[in-house]
Design a protein around this ligand. Structure first.
Ligand SMILES: Nc1ncnc2c1ncn2[C@@H]1O[C@H](COP(=O)(O)OP(=O)(O)O)[C@@H](O)[C@H]1O
Ligand SMILES: [Mg+2]
Length: 361
């Protein structure tokens, strides 16, 4: 029995007695893989039990969510089934990693049978409104798993002194069946470090978190989202399979995002260029607000949108040619091209060109 995978067999027994279902399945997968050289048939016989269905079978439904001992408030929010009405728009780099993760999860059988775990932990970084939370929802939808959200900022500010216990309770709850657990506002922990008054508390919390991350099972996906990735402890960083940087959208992606709104393609392109620098969330709000204004004022959507976009960019001093913004606002307020040209000291063709570019008129 020279080549017999002893170590692997011991792991199987150990994880079978103490670990989660997925840890057990992984150990069996590693054992079966090593056994192949020795006894292929036996290895195959064992591996056949490692189906996705078996691995993903949880302990039934979630028990009620844990609550804070004092306030009785729920510590975690559960959504199932998750429905994202419109496919989010991501740049190629982000889309690529998300697709890789999905592919691994869809081939769970194959991976587990070889003793390989799929990506279990993702860290999403990026400024607010770029789609971190949305991406977590999208993955949960695609994987048909419940999404549990723990907002660390909320838990930490309200229940100082008991944060560690609360976080542990949420993890215990989450690992009771396959799910996507989203730790939103993950930087709340890192930020707190500046505050001397609760250094001890913070250390405890970081330790609880590191332990929980180490124990995270292979049949659930953990996603941490932060606006300040740079503030995180390197020990935390290292534990993630992928760190994904979400960027504000490029002009091309904004064009995609605006594709629902019927407008001349050149106008759409110019509008996208005008909005470059804004987050998806701001652009989404602008579209939503413009739809309502257009409906209530019985006006056309495109000019309403242009007016909103120009105002937004002008208010931030973000238009490279502010006089173009002024021209557009004057025109949309009902002034003629000739009046505008005279007021601003520009030629009539210049004014016409700008109006054509953003309004197609
Ligand atoms: N990549 C995206 N594609 C489509 N819509 C987006 C995208 N990112 C953000 N949004 C819009 O902005 C809103 C807020 O995004 P969110 O995911 O909460 O941002 P973050 O978590 O990064 O702060 C979303 O609900 C959605 O309407
Ligand atoms: Mg968010």
């Amino acid at each position: 029995m020279e080549n017999f995978p002893r170590k692997e067999l011991v792991k199987v027994v150990q994880s079978g007695m103490t670990g989660s279902r997925s840890a057990f399945a992984l150990a069996v997968g590693r054992f079966a893989t090593k056994l192949k050289d020795l006894d292929l048939q036996l290895a195959q016989e064992i591996a056949q039990f490692l189906s996705t269905e078996n691995v993903m079978r949880g302990a039934g439904d979630f028990v009620p969510a844990p609550v804070d001992a004092d306030s009785r408030m729920e510590l975690v929010e559960t959504v199932f089934p998750v429905v994202v009405p419109k496919k989010p728009v991501f740049n190629e780099a982000v889309q690529g990693v998300l697709e890789d993760v999905l592919r691994e999860w869809r081939s769970l059988d194959l991976l587990i049978q070889e003793g390989l775990a799929p990506a279990r932990m993702l860290l999403f970084c990026g400024q607010p409104g770029v789609g971190k939370t949305l991406a977590a929802y999208w993955l949960a939808q695609e994987l048909k798993l419940p999404l549990l959200t723990l907002n660390l900022a909320t838990v930490m500010s309200s229940y100082l002194g008991k944060t560690g216990n609360n976080v542990r309770a949420v993890f215990d709850h989450a690992v009771s069946r396959p799910c996507v657990l989203l730790l939103d506002e993950f930087d709340a922990i890192a930020k707190r470090r500046d505050d001397d008054s609760d250094v001890g508390e913070l250390k405890r919390l970081v330790n609880v978190l590191l332990q929980a991350l180490d124990d995270w099972p292979a049949n659930s996906l953990l996603i941490a989202a932060t606006n300040h990735g740079e503030l995180l402890d390197p020990a935390v960083w290292r534990r993630f399979d992928h760190v994904i940087q979400f960027e504000p959208p490029s002009a091309d992606l904004i064009e995609d995002y605006l594709s629902d709104i019927p407008m001349d393609s050149e106008v759409r392109q110019n509008m996208a260029a005008l909005l470059q620098g804004e987050s998806f969330s701001t652009i989404g709000q602008l579209m939503h607000a413009s739809r309502k204004i257009a409906l209530l004022e019985k006006s056309d959507l495109v000019p309403t949108l242009v007016k909103g976009a120009v105002r937004l960019r002008m208010s931030k001093g973000a238009m490279s040619k502010p006089h173009e913004g002024e021209m557009l606002l004057m025109y949309l307020a009902g002034q003629s091209r000739r009046e505008i040209a005279a007021t601003l000291g520009k030629t009539h063709p210049t004014v016409s060109r700008v109006i054509k570019r953003y309004l197609g008129e």
